[in-house]
Design a protein around this ligand. Structure first.
Ligand SMILES: [Zn+2]
Length: 356
């Protein structure tokens, strides 16, 4: 078995990543009681179902790795889960749900439901090799659990209703489409947002200067689906690269259609998933000329354009909105934040009525 300073450092990095992730999860559960606040699995938004399905896949993978004595694979899977699925995607999007939404709102409670399900299983999965950290997590769960120790809980298993195979509302196809929005489209938009943060854009014709954006919320995104939303249903699967690209664009188009049908548009909302202030979906050509394009790219059959968001920055949620200044009680806030502040549960008392 190879061992050296590099390997030890790599494992220490995984250890720190898992620890920081667990701390974040626990910290955001401080006011959550599963017995009164949890949202039933069947009622969770698509984004949350995606996260649970990823957690199910991690449990399956790690169970097999341990059975096969492939411990290095366990660390890889664990790191990938914490870095990509949780930190880069789910928790990045979750910030707005956890910090901006009303304390007792469905949008926040559904997110906390996922965080508590994930952190308990994360503790169980690391218990054989990171036993002290696992027990540390368990002893710091901010709500009561039946087992006094993580080692009384037993090996994590996947509840059947997390799986795509048994749920008609969240099928394997839906999972693939959500995955493509989060892991194909989102990184593409993030690369363009990075380009928008640079003052000069080199276009094929000439380099153009513009005032760079800072936060992604300063931007709006335009997505042109081109041929992807039309006739691609007739395409058959092949191994060609062009068809692979067309399939990605087709999957994104299907994912967008799926989001339209979600009963929870306040969570299943692509602008929020991309952390931008506005999103426009168009056909082959833009319906209106966008304000100055800061960055643009065509990849995988999709064209994505970044431009500066309209409106002003809300002091509370940092989104750029056009309704700021319309509310005399809070002249620097957007309508969404004004509505949140009007709820009594956000002034300290915990309102038990989650009427949603
Ligand atoms: Zn706001």
């Amino acid at each position: 078995m190879p061992l050296g300073p590099g390997i030890v450092k790599q494992l220490a990095d995984v250890y720190r990543k898992v620890r920081n992730t667990a701390r974040y999860l626990l910290g955001n559960l401080h006011d959550f009681n599963p017995s009164t606040d949890a949202v039933p699995i069947a009622e969770l938004p698509l984004l949350d179902r995606w996260m649970l399905q990823r957690t199910a896949a991690l449990i399956d993978t790690v169970s097999k790795d341990f059975e096969d004595y492939e411990f290095y694979r366990f660390f890889q899977a664990l790191q990938n889960f914490c870095v990509v699925d949780l930190s880069n995607v789910y928790l990045d999007i979750a910030k707005d749900r956890l910090y901006v939404s009303a304390v007792d709102s469905f949008r926040r409670r559904s997110c906390q439901t996922v965080l508590h399900l994930v952190v308990e299983r994360l503790a169980g999965l690391i218990a054989p090799v990171l036993c002290h950290m696992a027990e540390d997590i368990w002893q710091n769960l901010p709500y009561s659990v039946a087992e006094a120790s993580v080692f009384e809980r037993g090996w994590p298993t996947v509840p059947e209703d997390w799986r795509t195979q048994v749920n008609t509302a969240y099928t394997f196809e839906a999972h693939t489409q959500i995955k493509d929005l989060l892991l194909v489209l989102r990184p593409m938009v993030n690369r363009l947002l990075d380009a928008g943060r640079r003052p000069v854009v080199a276009s094929p014709n000439a380099a153009t200067e513009h005032e760079p954006i800072g936060s992604s919320l300063e931007a709006q995104v335009q997505i042109l689906l081109g041929a992807a939303d039309g006739q691609l249903g007739t395409q058959t699967a092949t191994n060609g690269a062009a068809d692979g690209e067309a399939k990605a664009a087709h999957s994104v188009a299907l994912g967008l259609a799926l989001l339209e049908t979600s009963p929870h548009p306040e969570v299943d909302n692509l602008a929020d998933w991309l952390l931008v202030s506005a999103l426009h979906i168009g056909g082959e050509t833009p319906t209106e000329t966008p304000t100055e394009v800061l960055a643009e790219a065509t990849e995988a059959g999709l064209t994505v354009r970044i431009s500066r968001a309209k409106g002003q920055k809300c002091e509370r949620c940092w989104h750029y909105e056009t309704d700021i200044g319309q509310f005399s009680a809070h002249p620097s806030l957007c309508g969404r934040c004004v509505a949140v502040l009007a709820q009594p549960s956000n002034r300290g008392s915990n309102n038990p009525d989650r009427s949603r």
